[in-house]
Design a protein around this ligand. Structure first.
Ligand SMILES: Nc1ncnc2c1ncn2[C@@H]1O[C@H](COP(=O)(O)OP(=O)(O)OP(=O)(O)O)[C@@H](O)[C@H]1O
Ligand SMILES: Nc1ccn([C@H]2C[C@H](O)[C@@H](COP(=O)(O)O)O2)c(=O)n1
Length: 231
């Protein structure tokens, strides 16, 4: 199992999905789980300032995660919300939901169950194992993972990547437009989870000066190194 944490725009989703594909394992995007829980709260009109109400609602949400790196889908029951959970509305609200301790306890249990399933019963054509990414995977969800990585990049680099991805440009206007969704969200999220500093035993991979391919190769290099060294 490979556990990866890091701030917004560091490349967790894209790099981990590519790494899982090349390792032929499953891939789990835990941020999408918090986003889907948030999507459902918004749909149901739950008061996001009421932690107990949020937790009670999230407990009832039937999250269905597709862990094939080629089809990393997110559904609530039989509603596919893969695209919907990327909306600006969900992005702006997700930190409030993710900061509720009972929501985290609930989703951490579900994440561990998905990890156990991917390690025990791989999908056809896949190897046992999973690349899991989020904010607390290396520290809370799977601190025992053989490979634990903090994927990071300088703030200016992350902003430019996000602006290019969301707005097709990294000029100063586009960067300003994504700043809240990156910097402000990280600031709020970092009060709940520690994804800015590598915990003991966690390898830091700084992708600031690497291109996408270089970052995937570097992550796979860390995996190979760990596999070569008896634990
Ligand atoms: N090393 C890299 N070099 C250039 N672009 C990259 C690199 N890594 C990722 N990207 C691009 O940066 C953008 C953001 O990456 P991604 O969505 O994977 O980040 P993330 O850490 O999952 O962000 P969030 O936590 O906000 O979902 C994507 O368009 C991705 O293709
Ligand atoms: N393990 C995780 C994963 C995600 N979150 C929170 C923090 C983010 O604001 C939000 C969405 O994640 P993203 O899709 O941007 O990676 O979910 C968390 O608290 N713990």
């Amino acid at each position: 199992m490979v556990a990866v944490d890091g701030p917004s725009g560091s490349g967790k989703s894209s790099v981990c999905r590519a790494a899982a594909d090349r390792l032929r394992t499953a891939y789990l995007d835990t941020g999408a789980m918090y986003r889907a829980a948030t999507w459902s709260c918004l749909q149901a009109g739950v008061d996001l300032t009421d932690g107990a109400a949020v937790a009670a609602h999230v407990r009832s949400v039937p999250l269905v995660m597709g862990t094939d790196p080629h089809a990393a889908t997110t559904a609530v029951g039989d509603v596919d919300v893969t695209e919907a959970v990327r909306s600006a509305e969900v992005t702006a609200a997700v930190s409030a939901v993710a900061s509720v301790p009972a929501v985290r306890a609930d989703l951490v249990l579900r994440q561990r169950a998905l990890i156990d399933a991917a390690c025990a019963v791989p999908a056809p054509g896949r190897r046992p194992g999973v690349v899991v990414e989020g904010r607390d995977i290396t520290t809370v969800v799977a601190p025992q993972a053989p490979v634990r990585v903090l994927l990071t990049a300088r703030e200016d680099v992350r902003l430019a990547r996000r602006a290019r991805q969301d707005l097709g440009s990294a000029d100063s206007g586009a960067v300003a437009a994504v700043r809240d969704a990156v910097v402000q969200r990280d600031l709020v999220d970092s009060r709940t989870t520690d994804f800015l500093v590598a915990a003991d035993g966690v390898v830091t991979l700084d992708s600031s000066d690497l291109d996408f391919e270089g970052t995937v190769v570097a992550l796979l290099g860390i995996v190979e190194h760990v596999a070569a060294v008896p634990q």
